[in-house]
Design a protein around this ligand. Structure first.
Ligand SMILES: [Zn+2]
Ligand SMILES: [Zn+2]
Length: 136
């Protein structure tokens, strides 16, 4: 992602709402986005060359951003249907160690499970400081 793409995202932030799951009975409009999670999506052409196809950009609110950097929570996010779910690590049956687990396929969109990718937060969030606007 280059600076001009970041600038466009930043301009859209005011009209964006958090796309993560806030539980039943919540309105998306209640959660103003403050930043984005960016996941580069690509494939390996061979052992050396990695091809970036596109970037998945997910607007997130303050609350989610805080939860993502909190080791109490792991976010499960499905690439295929964009459904997300928060897992409280202490109460989970499985051991979760990462901030985000990206799934290809989940129970809400298919029965086929296509893969699992994980991230910790460093390097995932677009760092958009106010001074970036001035530079651009
Ligand atoms: Zn949120
Ligand atoms: Zn899904």
């Amino acid at each position: 992602m280059d600076q001009s793409e970041k600038f466009v995202l930043l301009a859209e932030l005011a009209d964006s709402y958090c796309e993560l799951n806030h539980g039943p009975g919540t309105q998306r409009e209640e959660y103003q986005a403050v930043n984005y999670i960016v996941m580069p999506m690509g494939y390996k052409e061979d052992e050396i060359k990695e091809v970036m196809v596109r970037e998945l950009v997910v607007p997130v609110c303050r609350e989610c951003l805080d939860a993502l950097s909190d080791n109490k929570w792991t976010l499960l996010y499905c690439f295929d249907c964009c459904q997300s779910q928060w897992v409280n690590r202490q109460r989970a049956k499985n051991r979760y160690r990462h901030n985000i687990l990206w799934l290809r396929g989940c129970p809400s969109c298919s029965n086929e499970f296509g893969g699992l990718y994980f991230n910790n937060m460093s390097g995932v969030v677009v760092q958009m400081e106010p001074e970036l606007v001035v530079e651009a």
